[in-house]
Design a protein around this ligand. Structure first.
Ligand code: G
Ligand code: G
Ligand code: NA
Ligand code: MN
Length: 254
């Protein structure tokens, strides 16, 4: 079978898993939420990286079904963690261009929030500049409708695209995630530090929250603290990991 044929049955076969990576509020130094990251345990090939199968899923459209499953799992998990922790635990879910273009996405998100009881402001949907390669007016309409539900929108991998500033202008957003390629050189390379400082300042002026991605060292952490960066993710704080194992069962469909 081809990789795509295998992927088409992977959800039903229980081969997909959602892993969770913490997001930390730097001032308080505690976890405020998690990003959901998809994993595929292929029966013969082993762990297939998302970089290999997400583009395939996107191109074929299978991402719509898979993405719905990820959203259901992740939002349910955040609702459980919130109940266990006794404080709000946020969840960020990646939304591909195709998923965002899907007519049902707003209803789907609304239904998953209702079913799980997770407050809408605890869900962030992450999009990349790839969404601008589609019908921009439709994308903006969908993002507005999602925000009207109370959900937050994050621009992922910020700074790496050809048009980062233009998508800040065009897309309704609440959060920018600074791509890890900038964070990598923090402290050791003057230009990267200046660039990250500028992105943080820009975000502040636009009243956007900032998440620095890919923080691996105490030095990077310290520089981000000096720059008053609000949130961060990275191996220093936690790797993507499976949620504590217990079966949540299928979500009832409305
Ligand atoms: O998970 P890393 O661990 O390897 O993720 C690699 C890429 O796959 C990232 O660009 C990430 O945004 C994407 N990705 C991971 N999980 C999902 C998902 O649930 N949906 C979509 N659309 N992309 C995902
Ligand atoms: O494109 P997106 O930002 O959604 O993808 C996140 C990717 O970054 C995932 O593949 C995740 O496993 C990876 N990642 C998360 N934290 C770190 C880190 O500290 N270092 C590196 N190298 N990768 C990271
Ligand atoms: Na992401
Ligand atoms: Mn990213």
């Amino acid at each position: 079978a081809t990789l795509l044929e295998d992927l088409t049955v992977a959800t039903a076969a229980g081969q997909l898993a959602v892993h969770y990576q913490p997001t930390v509020a730097l001032a308080e130094g505690r976890t405020t939420g998690y990003e959901a990251l998809l994993r595929w345990h292929h029966p013969e090939r082993g762990l297939v990286p998302p970089a290999e199968f997400v583009p395939l899923a996107e191109e074929s459209g299978v991402i719509v079904q898979i993405g719905r499953w990820v959203l259901e799992q992740a939002v349910r998990q955040a609702a459980d963690w919130t109940a266990e922790a006794g404080r709000p635990i946020a969840i960020a879910v990646n939304l591909s261009p195709r998923q965002l273009a899907d007519d049902d996405v707003v209803d789907l998100v609304a239904r998953v929030l209702t079913t799980t009881g997770l407050p809408a402001d605890q869900l962030t949907l992450e999009v990349t500049e790839g969404v601008l390669l589609r019908d921009v007016d439709q994308v903006v309409d969908q993002l507005r409708a999602l925000r009207e539900l109370g959900v937050r929108i994050a621009i992922d991998d910020f700074g790496t695209g050809y048009s980062s500033l233009s998508y800040l202008r065009r897309l309704p957003a609440d959060i920018v995630k600074i791509d890890r390629s900038f964070v990598q050189d923090l402290g050791s390379e003057g230009r990267s530090t200046t660039l990250v400082a500028s992105i943080i300042e820009l975000a502040r002026s636009l009243r956007l929250e900032v998440v620095a991605e890919g923080v691996e060292t105490p030095e990077q952490h310290a520089v981000l603290g000096d720059l008053a960066c609000s949130h961060a993710q990275g191996y220093l704080f936690g790797r993507p990991q499976p949620a504590p194992a217990h079966d949540h069962g299928p979500l009832p469909t409305a």
